[in-house]
Write a protein that binds this ligand. Sequence first.
Ligand code: TRP
Length: 326
Amino acid sequence: MKKIILTGDRPTGQLHIGHFCGALKNRVALQDKYDTYIMIADVQALTDNFNNPQKVRKNVYEVAMDNLAVGIDPKKSTIFIQSLIPEIAELTIFFSNLVTIARLKRNPTVKEEIQQKKDLFKDDVTFGFLGYPVSQAADIAIFQADLVPVGADQLPMIEQAREIVRKFNHIYGDVLKEPEAKIGDFPRVLGMDGRKMGKSLGNSITFTDSEEEIKNKIKAALTDEIGGKNLLGLFEQFSDDHETIKKFNTQFKNKSIKYSELKPLLADVIIQTLKPIREKRAYYEKNPKIVEKILFDGTKKARQLAKQTLKKVKEKMFIDYFKKTI
Ligand code: TRP
């Protein structure tokens, strides 16, 4: 039996090269060795987009196409939609008894996100948003995942999921698996403005950007200490020309690096890498029925596994009242 991977994306915008370096490359490489489940986390996306459901709806397809375009193979990986697995919502309720409000408020990722979302939450926060780590723990546990490949910002989420699973097993008996995180090799990609590269910050390079757009974005990228280091890091991610990488690294260290030289080379390797991805994505854009079928079949398969786990959970919790399903 292969080990299980569960990972997910919030459908709030197109994925970009930050996701590519931090999570997607990893995901594609791992799908041969693991039974891979990729969740399109629409329920989680609604926690901070509850007032914009059309945006979430539209991006379910965008995120599915991004995954397929970078090389996720629906024969090897199961792509599915979170809201169609009600077992996750049920497990979330049971898990919510095992977490305190104070612990949720201490989660560094949630803490940072609440700060960033002052416009939405004012000086408070919703029950749903504060509790999304609980729901994410249920995402992972319901599939009995061994491994969760994510960007570095997600580490506190996995840590909290492990705590919840441990507590569940301790109280009700050993039934759930404690997951482990796996971080991509360039986890903190910054946007072209030196801030975190974000789906909704307008500072990213996406898989649908034209060559012209990629060139212009890199041309305009910041080259201060942090921005420059980021460009060099990106070059290392996308280029396999070790000599040139080494040269730029040395120049960076002794501060003689010329970004007018690095930038066109970086634009070039990114364009080369993204070209087949953009072409594959264009195929799915023209064939939404194919994407729909992949999501439908994937969701059906994922739901079977979720049902099995929830059944075991309910037995352990003594809430398995009838043998027959109602
Ligand atoms: N929180 C993740 C993100 O913002 C998305 C996500 C939802 C996820 N459920 C998950 C990631 C389960 C890993 C496992 O990127």
